[in-house]
Design a protein around this ligand. Structure first.
Ligand code: HEC
Length: 112
């Protein structure tokens, strides 16, 4: 009986650990997923550009603060291919993708 309890609690601990790691994986970067799905076609996988100008080498015309970038994504850039995303993505998703873009930009800066 005692032995069973020990095995049970070991099993329980394992289950808890694996639940934790899976949720950590999905929480890892929702922004990255949104970026890959909706933005990378124009902005490139790592902001290097494509249809849109590179956002790694240039200063961002619309501003680089989190607030400014959020606003750009919501409203788009008039008369360019950059559309408004406020009806496509939730505020939370826009915030996540903003964080991801700023993270990409920052990680590039640190490397070069
Ligand atoms: C159809 C192509 C296209 C898609 C898709 C697209 N963009 Fe853009 N984006 C552009 C272009 C082109 C510009 C540059 C506009 C200009 O000339 O200033 C731009 C500019 C931007 C800027 C401002 C850069 C600056 O210089 O200030 C941000 C931020 C941005 N895009 C974020 C996003 C995000 C986030 C997504 C996905 C949700 C996205 N874009 C999807 C084409 C696109």
């Amino acid at each position: 009986m005692k032995r069973n309890m020990k095995q049970l609690s070991l099993l329980l601990a394992l289950v808890i650990v694996s639940i934790k790691t899976t949720s950590a994986q999905t929480d890892k970067n929702p922004g990255a997923e949104i970026y890959m799905n909706y933005c990378s076609a124009c902005h490139g996988k790592k902001l290097e550009g494509g249809q849109a100008p590179s956002l790694l080498t240039t200063k961002w015309k619309q501003g680089e603060s989190k607030k400014a970038v959020t606003q750009t994504i919501k409203k788009g850039v008039p008369n360019t291919a950059m559309m408004a995303w406020e009806n496509m993505l939730t505020d939370k998703q826009i915030e996540q993708v903003t964080d991801y873009m700023l993270f990409l930009k920052k990680s590039k800066k640190e490397k070069s």
